[in-house]
Write a protein that binds this ligand. Structure first.
Ligand code: NAD
Ligand code: MG
Length: 389
């Protein structure tokens, strides 16, 4: 039996993963499941899959989880340290589907055990790509991409030589506001930004899709994961979300990955890698679909993309500053403190301040320097709220 753990099991990606696991439950020994406030779901899944351990990242949710699992023999724990301890348990395969920079420490911890880490948590690569991949290398651990675009690139690269790669194209749906007049974006509400045209995802990544901060993060994720330079990576607006990415080779060939917008494909590919197994996703009828469309992204509509280019060129700790400022700005937008377009202004102001004041461009990326950058960037981003004109 394969020992598996899922961090962020109660979220959108986590639940898609558990759907795949439950279909073949006899094949898996579930070591640990972690979640947040939805302890009812966490307890239900832990029981259904016979997990050894269930962890909520919130200490205040401990008693509820404990009560729900009383008498089951399933161990219960709470808090960030308990999530990291769950990640330290040996497993053959662990999925990090935590949202935000909180995924970094559990990811590093799982890799330190030599566990294979399937990574949906793009924030940890954006924040500390060299640290995370360095840890994997040091412990002979494998990192597998789960973000759909990166899974697509990974699949297009099977059997290929990286020296033959000229460019990597990741696609973007354009998000909730792709057809809005740019002048109207400043007034976009939380409800309007929380509605994705093609994918059903957690709220934070859905809003990040409307602003294209999600694609900005994915540009950085591409650079880090595949070790390609920023001028080799492109974003292409593709409304249908059926081609997830393309890899362009030196002979002019473009290998495109086409599939339904269902995360169970990318999760399942990582779960069964290096094999392919039958997955319960829709088979596309391209004749029925008829046509696929492509557009260049509009820089004025999506200022987040230029910020990603800046981060990729600057390197060092700027990814940690970028991610933390973006998380703080997103919190502010969700709380109604700042407007939709203010998010990119806050991130730009934070990057300006961080670049001038601290050693952001250092090559010395440690967990401490990353966490300190993250802490400072959140403060600067909060301060920038008050300076918006
Ligand atoms: P979600 O909000 O639906 O779920 C997040 C999970 O993380 C939940 O289980 C929650 O309890 C847990 N969590 C939240 N804060 C935590 C913390 N501080 N410590 C530990 N656990 C915490 O998010 P999602 O949409 O499933 O996305 C998860 C990750 O996958 C994100 O990094 C996202 O960018 C990435 N991703 C998601 C999709 C998608 O289709 N949803 C696609 C590609 C990549
Ligand atoms: Mg993606």
């Amino acid at each position: 039996m394969r020992r598996i753990s899922v961090f962020g099991a109660t979220g959108s990606v986590g639940q898609s993963a558990l759907d795949l696991v439950a279909r073949d439950a006899g094949a898996y020994d579930v070591v640990a499941l972690t979640g947040g406030r939805n302890v009812v779901q966490l307890a239900k899944d832990a029981q259904a899959l016979g997990a050894d351990l269930a962890v909520t990242c919130y200490p205040e949710c401990y008693q509820d989880l404990k009560d729900l699992l009383a008498g089951t023999g399933i161990a219960v724990a709470a808090g960030p340290a308990a999530v990291a301890e769950a990640a330290a348990r040996e497993a053959d395969w662990a999925l990090s589907a935590i949202v935000g920079a909180a995924g970094l420490v559990p990811g590093l911890t799982a890799l330190a055990q030599g566990n294979t880490l399937a990574l949906a948590n793009k924030e940890s690569l954006v924040t500390a790509g060299p640290l995370l991949l360095g840890e994997a290398k040091a412990h002979g651990a494998t990192v597998l991409p789960v973000d759909s675009e990166h899974s697509a690139v990974f699949q297009a690269l099977v059997g290929e030589d990286m020296t033959a790669v000229e460019r990597v194209i990741i696609t973007a749906s354009g998000g909730a506001f792709r057809d809005w007049p740019v002048e109207k974006l400043a007034t976009a509400t939380l409800a309007e930004a929380s509605n994705h045209p093609n994918w059903d995802m957690g709220q934070r990544i859905t809003i990040d899709s409307a602003s294209m901060f999600n694609k900005a993060m994915e540009l950085i994720e591409t650079k880090e994961f595949f070790n390609v330079s920023s001028d080799m990576i492109e974003v292409l607006v593709h409304r249908e979300s059926l081609i997830h990415a393309m890899v362009g080779f030196n002979d002019g060939a473009l290998m495109a990955h086409v599939g339904p917008p269902d995360m169970r494909h990318a999760i399942g590919y990582a779960l069964h890698w290096p094999e392919r197994r039958t997955l319960p996703v829709e088979r596309l009828d391209l004749a029925k679909i008829g046509k696929l469309t492509f557009e260049a992204p509009d820089a004025a509509r999506y200022p987040a993309l230029a910020l990603a280019t800046r981060v990729m060129e600057q390197g060092g700790l700027s990814g940690a500053a970028f991610n933390a400022a973006k998380e703080r700005a997103l919190d502010g937008f969700i709380a109604g403190e700042i407007g939709f377009l203010d998010m990119s202004r806050v991130v730009a102001a934070t990057l300006d301040k961080m670049s001038s004041q601290t050693g952001v461009q250092t090559a010395d990326i440690t967990l401490d320097s990353v966490l300190e950058t993250d802490r400072l960037a959140r403060i600067y981003a909060g301060e920038a709220f008050g300076q918006l004109g």
